[in-house]
Write a protein that binds this ligand. Structure first.
Ligand SMILES: [Zn+2]
Length: 358
């Protein structure tokens, strides 16, 4: 478990005093370890030793770590089951979730669920079915609902939401429900109101770096590691998902901005020549990185926390309005890039536009 020390301390104190809420909603940005913290909570209430933190070594802790504890139920978004018969659909959901768990045992660093995956009525029925059983180990039971905002987004019927609501209104004795979400506002208010919210922030760069150093195999070279940490912006998930291509895109965007801001025609020319975008994908990735950098700079200008470090020259030079105009130019280029325009020509025009806007 990386980071969130203060939150963990608070939760551990509550658990020790027997004041841990029965329904907890962990909310926070993608990739900061919400579901990992939910597993940590499972260890906290199931651990055989009664210390401040789960010991991580007892049989129970190891079973939770291996996603093999009989009283831990982790429900994640899955493709909607095809079976029309409700019981068969629940079996199908159980099978699909078991497969995801198998993958996570083999590869603990997982990405986001597929965009179409959701919690359908079958998944909620599965939860109900599991909740109605008694504890196998005789202790507490923990239910994790990952990406809880994926509850039947495309179903007009509120059946699944109501069924979940009922479960959360009267959770079985000794059970702990942990819901996670990036967007608490996308949860139904009725469901949100049943849960005690716990907010997770972004991790420190040092925490992300420490995680990457420990977990990535083969290890990254120094420069690549620096880039990943910067791209992650406090999210382990984003840092892990960030590819070398994204690092290259970010570098190319930085070079272009440098050239534009230096105002020197010679350097600008050189930067253009240095970035021969062979593949269209590479070019659009650079534009996306450019848009993100401008966005971060605008946020910084408006006194909001940016997600990534911004070139100081950009912050010093450009007003928020200029940054927004620059973002518009980049968005136009992005749209044109989707068509059949030569990237080199687009880049030349964009360079002029940016020089003018900034
Ligand atoms: Zn333990």
């Amino acid at each position: 478990m990386t980071g969130h020390l203060e939150v963990r301390r608070r939760l551990a104190r509550a658990a020790r005093a027997d004041r841990l809420p029965q329904v907890i909603l962990l909310a926070g940005p993608a990739g900061v370890g919400k579901q990992r913290l939910a597993l940590w909570l499972a260890q906290l209430v199931l651990c055989e030793r009664r210390d401040d933190e789960p010991c991580g070594r007892c049989r129970t802790c190891r079973l939770v770590d291996g996603l093999a504890h009989a009283d831990l139920h982790w429900v994640v978004p899955i493709p909607r089951p095809k079976a029309a018969d409700p019981d068969k659909a629940v079996d199908e959901a159980a099978q699909a979730i078991a497969e995801v768990m198998e993958e996570r045992r083999a590869k603990p660093l997982y990405g986001r669920p597929d965009g179409m995956a959701s919690h359908s009525m079958a998944s909620v029925r599965l939860l109900q079915r599991q909740a109605s059983l008694t504890a196998v180990e005789g202790g507490r039971r923990v239910f994790i609902l990952g990406d809880a905002d994926r509850l039947v987004p495309q179903e007009s019927s509120q059946e699944a939401a109501n069924a979940l609501l009922k479960l959360l209104e009267e959770p079985p004795a000794g059970s702990l429900f942990v819901l996670t979400t990036e967007e608490p506002r996308r949860l139904l208010p009725t469901i949100r109101s049943r849960a005690v919210p716990v907010r997770l922030g972004r991790l420190k760069d040092a925490e992300v770096r420490g995680f990457l150093e420990r977990e990535l195999a083969p290890p990254l070279e120094r420069q690549a590691l620096d880039e990943r940490v910067a791209l992650g912006a406090g999210s382990i998930g984003d840092a892990v998902a960030a590819s070398d291509e994204r690092g290259r895109a970010q570098r190319a965007a930085g070079q272009l901005l440098d050239a534009v801001l230096s105002g020197s025609a010679a350097r600008y020319e050189r930067a253009l020549r240095q970035a021969p975008f062979a593949a269209r994908g590479e070019f659009t990735a650079m534009l996306d990185a450019l848009a993100e950098t401008l966005n971060d700079a605008a946020r910084g200008r408006l006194g909001q926390a940016g997600r990534r470090p911004v070139p100081p020259a950009l912050l010093k030079r450009a007003e928020a309005g200029a940054l927004l105009r620059a973002m518009e130019r980049v968005a136009e280029a992005r749209e044109a890039a989707a068509g059949n325009v030569n990237p080199q020509i687009l880049l030349a025009v964009l360079g002029e536009d940016l020089a003018e806007a900034l």
